[in-house]
Ligand binder design. Structure first.
Ligand code: VGL
Ligand code: ZN
Length: 225
């Protein structure tokens, strides 16, 4: 009977002030406008788990361009750095630098108030290790830092994961790819996400299709925008 089991979870990624206009430090165009659709999806009685994530960085986080002044000026949104595994220098990855955003316990890290946050069963904080970038709500690329999300989904016998939120090309994408890697049947609801670089979304979708089992699907629902 395992094949017919359907226990879906909704993952609402990083719907935080710093990712939303008008004043977020890393505001994603139209990010706030996703809220009616996400709130609508959250009311679905078919869901077995409703999860929010929060990007939750210490002030010395490696992804902040301003923390790299000592090595010459680095520009947020433009420049990249190489992150090396703390114990194994053969493992590394290149990653983009950002403005200071979602510093733990600051107003910018708060979930936006329009979101129906009382409906969340759990809230997962990620990006807390200053040494690594962690777009995925499961773990960083070097698996130095784990959020506990995988265990939380398994504890509820979740089979399918639907991902919405911000940003489509970073945390939503990486969370979805890792959800699929962890064995969940994984969908991104296209109307439920917006990108930092919207012009790149078509290429991101294509790459996800070619390199993972993530499916991007459409829903009817409250209009976005
Ligand atoms: C994100 C950039 C930096 C995201 C998080 O939530 O997509 N993007 N940190
Ligand atoms: Zn971040």
């Amino acid at each position: 009977m395992a094949e017919s089991t359907f226990r879906p979870a909704l993952l609402v990624v990083d719907m935080q002030e710093d990712f939303c206009p008008p004043s977020g430090s890393l505001a994603v165009t139209l990010g706030r406008s996703l809220t009616p659709l996400i709130n609508h999806l959250l009311t679905s009685s078919v869901l077995h788990l409703r999860v929010a994530t929060q990007d939750w960085h210490p002030p010395n986080h490696i992804s902040f361009a301003s923390n790299h002044l000592a090595v010459g000026s680095k520009q947020p949104f433009v420049d990249s750095i190489t992150i090396v595994h703390p114990d194994d220098p053969s493992k590394q990855y290149t990653t983009r630098l950002w403005p200071v955003h979602c510093v733990a316990n600051t107003p910018g890290a708060a979930l936006i108030p329009e979101l129906s946050s009382h409906l969340f069963d759990i809230i997962i904080k990620k990006g807390q290790d200053p040494r690594v970038e962690m777009y995925s709500a499961f773990y960083d690329p070097l698996r130095v830092s784990y959020s506990g999300l995988g265990d939380a989904l398994r504890a509820k016998s979740i089979t399918h994961v639907y991902v919405v939120g911000l940003a489509g090309d970073y945390c939503v994408r990486n969370t979805a790819v890792d959800a699929s890697t962890e064995g969940f049947v994984t969908y991104i609801v296209e109307e439920g996400t917006k990108c930092v670089f919207p012009d790149g979304w078509a290429a991101v979708k294509k790459e996800m299709e070619q390199t993972s089992n993530v499916k991007v699907v459409s829903v009817d629902g409250p209009e976005v925008g």
